[in-house]
Design a binder for this molecule. Structure first.
Ligand code: PLP
Length: 421
């Protein structure tokens, strides 16, 4: 949806100068916006003791951004070695990091357990014997199967590759305990970009019910539940903002009820990515061509290498044209990049003010799963990333990829196999 008034007021007056200074295209992120959303989240969960957000690094894996997250007191949710390194470089230590991998390799387990380790969130019962060293604190990712519906990004729980089934989860904790685990957490992540706070409340309820059942059966007190990420943001103008205050309030009530029956309260963790950074990023790109054929096209200097979501999920991203207001007479256009794939379109049959060459287009809500999902197909390179800082200045926080980067993997030690008898 149109970026917040605060963000556009901070950005738009300076945008022509920023574009002239750094060149287009670029993703630009709004530090004030991140901090404001961070404050709202902490405020919403202020009655939930021990609440902590573990920012999902994959949403925006840039060191400057991760330092802001660490500064807000957030931990990090990682699922690869690179993400572990990024988190540790941002100052995270030990239990500041949650490692939620799936189909995990031995190499990944080893990296997770280096440098003071992290909270291991195991995705399968068969991994218990494969963890090189069973940590004292262990968590399992739960998949409720047919008991819950998912949504389009993750799919139905019964078809999703994630997590341990209801039948397996009791045995999983028992087995982990037999291998030496002493402290326990319970995790799930069922949906992504879920805009309905009640769905997330039901997820919290589900985890607490399960924690009570497992707790009674195995005599375990859970140190935490992790309700996952997946909080949605309104990409379309008509969509509503996620009611995080409701989720916080209901979570508080559910914990009170849990505590009355079980005699203790687990801490509540969350690992949002999109909710924290999504609305506070834009992809700024310049119109370089226009084409009138069976449809009218606006060609811009970014392509889907910078933002996969429209091509991959048919996702909507709102677009503004700098200095031009929408009107009912606006023509319908497809906004396209230069990649030889017909799904390289940032917008399809979108009413936009008449775009002229040189205009700046602001593709909105790219602060999560934007640059990070980019790729190099067709030899396309990913753009630079800029940070609009709280003091109003703008800093480059990642340079654009270059052709040298693209060709770097072609410079290597020769190696061949000639076959053998
Ligand atoms: C991707 C992911 C997240 C973050 O999802 P958002 O939709 O960005 O909140 C959190 N946890 C896990 C395990 C994930 O894979």
């Amino acid at each position: 949806m149109p970026i917040s008034n605060d963000f556009s007021q901070r950005l738009y007056p300076k945008l022509p100068d920023i574009a002239a200074h750094f060149g287009t295209p670029f993703h630009l992120y709004d530090e004030e916006g991140f901090r404001e959303t961070g404050r709202q989240l902490q405020q919403a969960f202020s009655k939930v003791e021990g609440f902590r957000e573990y920012y999902a690094v994959k949403a925006l894996p840039n060191p400057s951004i991760l330092r802001i997250m660490a500064d807000m007191g957030f931990g990090f949710d990682c699922s690869s070695i690179a993400e572990l390194i990024l988190s540790r470089q941002a100052g995270a230590k030990g239990e500041d990091i949650m490692f939620t991998s799936n189909n995990t390799s031995l190499e990944e387990f080893m990296a997770a357990q280096e440098e003071g380790g992290c909270i291991l969130n195991l995705d399968d019962i068969n991994l218990i014997d494969k963890v090189p060293e069973m940590p004292e604190l262990v968590c399992f990712r739960y998949n409720p199967g047919a008991a819950r519906s998912g949504n389009s990004i993750i799919g139905k729980p019964t078809e999703a590759k994630y997590g341990v089934t209801h039948e397996q989860i009791f045995a999983a904790f028992e087995k982990a305990r037999a291998r030496g685990a002493k402290r326990f957490g319970l995790h799930t992540m069922l949906a992504s970009n879920e805009c309905n706070a009640s769905y997330m409340v039901q997820t919290t309820q589900m985890l607490l019910d399960l924690a009570a059942q497992i707790g009674q059966t195995l005599n375990i007190q859970f140190e935490f539940i992790n309700i996952g990420g997946g909080l949605g943001i309104p990409y379309r103008p008509e969509e509503a903002v996620f009611d995080v205050a409701l989720l916080g309030e209901e979570t508080h009530k559910l914990l009170e009820a849990f505590s009355a029956k079980q005699g203790y309260k687990p801490k509540v963790y969350m690992e949002s990515g999109r909710y924290i950074t999504g609305p506070h990023g834009v992809l700024v790109t310049q119109a370089i061509n226009s084409k009138e054929t069976y449809r009218n096209y606006v060609g811009v200097d970014a392509c889907m290498s910078a933002l996969m979501r429209p091509g991959m999920y048919n996702a909507y991203h709102h677009i503004a044209v700098l200095g031009k207001e929408p009107s009912p007479q606006d023509p319908l256009v497809d906004v396209v990049g230069s990649l030889c794939e017909n799904n390289d379109k940032f917008a399809i049959q979108r009413a936009l003010p008449k775009v002229e060459e040189g205009d700046l287009l602001i593709i909105q809500d790219t602060g999560a799963h934007g640059q990070a999902m980019g790729f190099n197909y067709n030899g396309k390179l990913r753009p630079q990333e800029l940070l609009l800082k709280a003091d109003g200045s703008v800093e480059r926080i990642r340079r654009a990829e270059t052709l040298e980067d693209y060709f770097a993997t072609l410079s290597f030690e020769p190696k061949a196999w000639s076959g053998s008898l």
